[in-house]
Write a protein that binds this ligand. Structure first.
Ligand code: C5J
Length: 226
């Protein structure tokens, strides 16, 4: 077992049954002109998550542990986009409308791509999801069962929407979930802080959080001590 100094207490996982889930590191959320900006958000807040997420990806790749990426996007005919999602509020552009990075939040468009620094490499799994949670209307549950995964390390954006929703879904399905603190971000710093608190409150009611360095130290310790 590998034991990470985490909050609210140590997070232990078996390296034979761990996977990384990187949530929605897409241009549509992180770059100007995408879905996030159409909703009125300052997307510059999300830029700082790129390097720590790339470092976390590098760690999992070095160890040969499974990596799963998700993308929030919709089919070109929007048949998987509930009207309630498309029609809500008054964004500057709606899902499916043409924007500077192609049609907003549509699969295959440049905006739906994962940012280059965190792009999947050969052999990594990519899950396209129409909802905020990655288990909803996807085969993520089947993929994890096939891999024999019990523990999930989380990264990605945004902390309080797709990351938290997916962690809650995973927690309800019996997975042990660790969120890496610098590898997740929100358009609203106070929402990120509150989400980290609520995840680990009440004795890790949803899961654990830890800095990336704590995970790196734990992996190194395991290598030295066997
Ligand atoms: C949002 C996401 N925020 N990936 N999606 O709409 O968190």
């Amino acid at each position: 077992m590998i034991t990470v100094e985490a909050h609210p207490f140590a997070f232990a996982f078996d390296p034979a049954s761990v996977a990384l889930i990187v949530i929605d590191m897409q241009r549509d959320f992180i770059e100007p002109g995408g879905f996030g900006e159409t909703l009125g958000n300052d997307v510059s807040h999300l830029q700082r998550v790129i390097q720590p997420t790339a470092d976390l990806l590098a760690l999992f790749r070095r160890e040969g542990w499974p990596v799963i990426h998700t993308r929030e996007d919709h089919l070109p005919d929007l048949s998987d986009c509930p009207p309630a999602k498309r029609e809500r509020g008054s964004p500057s552009l709606r899902i499916g409308d043409p924007g500077p990075m192609g049609r907003i939040l549509v699969r295959g468009e440049p905006g739906a791509d994962i940012v280059p620094a965190c792009a999947p490499v050969d052999g990594e799994i990519v899950i396209d999801k129409p909802g905020k949670g990655a288990f909803h209307a996807t085969d993520l549950g089947g993929v994890l069962a096939k891999l024999g995964v019990r523990s999930l390390v989380f990264a990605g954006v945004t902390t309080e929407v797709c990351v938290q929703t997916t962690m809650r879904e995973a927690n309800d399905r019996g997975f042990e979930c660790l969120l890496i603190e610098e590898a997740t971000e929100s358009y609203f710093p106070e929402f990120k802080a509150a989400t980290l608190e609520m995840i680990r409150a009440q004795g890790a009611i949803v899961g654990w959080t830890a800095p990336l360095a704590a995970l790196e130290r734990a992996v190194e310790r395991e290598q030295v001590n066997g």
